[in-house]
Design a protein around this ligand. Sequence first.
Ligand code: SF4
Length: 104
Amino acid sequence: MVDIAKFYMKFAAEESCGACTPCRAGVVQLVGILEKITNGEGTMEDLKTLKELAYDVKDASLCGLGQTAANPVLSTLEYFHDEYLAHVRDHRCPAGVCQKLVVH
Ligand code: SF4
């Protein structure tokens, strides 16, 4: 689910028209934090920042794209929080998707 959130944030970053800062810069920052987490370098502080930034992008973006772009982050944080914790706290990817966290 962390990887899926990252997929959608990359998509939103590509689709953003760039007219307003919360969407243009905020979504890119969300991608960066998710990259960090999927690389096994995320911290508990990153999870807090991820949630706050996702709400900022949602609340401050001008159009529907930006206002909904962060929903995959917010939904997965709420319903799959344990998967985020596994990546950050245990340096483990329960789905075996994040290559840097796969134990060979
Ligand atoms: S929220 Fe809409 S207007 Fe603002 S940068 Fe994103 S796509 Fe463009």
